[in-house]
Design a protein around this ligand. Structure first.
Ligand code: KIV
Length: 311
């Protein structure tokens, strides 16, 4: 498959073909993701938690992000890779934001960057876009500012949060983002925001009616002990059935088989888990309702009465 670009992303949105993507933070995971045929990879600041073991995403710094992004590029040379701007890398000034965004492109070979926030970060986005770098916006639950939400809370369940998110999405489009990522939003408001935006809108826990799905690699693989978001599906139970069948087929000569193919261990299992995820996203199977945040009828009715709800 050829590498994704923004023209293909726009065409996929128009044709209703969902984008399937994952996070990755190191060489082997990126290798498996590319082999499994993901459309994009995010080197997320979630790596601060799942890879480096910090208790939230805020401590991670640019040098640690660049280290992960370089390894991911080596593992996935032909995949569209997005570097995630960590807290502290874009708040100070437009100039600082451009300097750090450029590091993802020049030092790590990323194709684009992502940063959190709405209207308040418009000038940073404009400055980065004007320096020739593709920027993805990130709205909904933005983990770097959970303190201002009062914790990890599902967004867009009330009118105020819905109106603010629509407003922010419009600011981001005006500032020049090529796409927007929505996090932790029920399916219906996720659909409404997607419908109102010209650029592709992807979701991580934003329901089944957005233009594509992102999962954190360690959740997909059941590799993070501390916490598993409600919307995350672990694909290891499904993939392991295929794995054991595959190993049994080679059981008589597993050592030689392993030496020759390296298809006897985690590379095989992880690649198949990601393949299964990609297949389910492309076929519209994932996320099923049990992986989407619910919204009460009376809450939804209030959103639907708003002038901003798409007709
Ligand atoms: O860092 C990350 O992986 C992210 C996702 C949670 C969206 O920003």
């Amino acid at each position: 498959m050829s590498k994704l670009n923004i023209f293909k992303m726009n065409a996929m949105k128009k044709e209703g073909i969902p984008v399937a993507w994952v996070t990755a933070y190191d060489y082997p995971m990126a290798y498996c993701a590319e082999k499994a045929g993901v459309d994009m990879i995010l080197v997320g600041d979630s790596g601060g938690m799942v890879q480096y073991g910090y208790s939230n995403t805020n401590p991670i710094v640019m040098d640690e992000m660049i280290m992960m992004a370089k390894a991911v590029r080596r593992g996935a040379p032909n995949t569209f890779i997005i570097g995630d701007m960590p807290q502290g890398s874009y708040e100070i000034s437009d100039e600082d934001a451009v300097r750090n965004a450029l590091r993802f492109i020049k030092e790590a070979g990323c194709d684009a960057i992502k940063l959190e926030g709405g209207c308040r970060v418009s000038s940073r986005i404009e400055a980065i876009v004007n320096s020739g770098i593709l920027v993805m916006g990130h709205l909904g639950l933005t983990p770097q500012s959970t303190q201002s939400f009062g914790g990890y809370k599902v967004q867009c369940k009330d009118l105020e949060s819905f109106v603010e998110t629509i407003d922010d999405a419009s600011c981001l489009e005006k500032a020049g983002v090529f796409s927007i990522l929505l996090e932790a939003i029920p399916t219906e408001p996720g659909w409404a925001i997607t419908k109102k935006c010209k650029v592709p809108v992807y979701g991580v826990g934003a329901g089944s009616k957005v233009d594509g799905q992102l999962l954190i690699m360690h959740d997909l693989l059941g590799l993070y002990p501390t916490f598993r978001p409600y919307f995350s599906k672990c694909y290891i139970p499904d993939a392991s059935k295929l794995y054991f069948q595959h190993i049994n087929n080679h059981a008589t000569n597993i050592i030689i088989y392993g030496r020759e193919t390296k298809n006897d261990g985690l590379l095989f299992l992880i690649t198949h888990a990601i393949e299964q995820y990609v297949k389910e996203v492309r076929e519209g199977i994932f996320p099923t309702e049990e992986f989407c945040y619910p919204i009460k009828k009376e809450e939804l009715d209030l959103l639907k009465e708003s002038d901003l709800w798409p007709k």
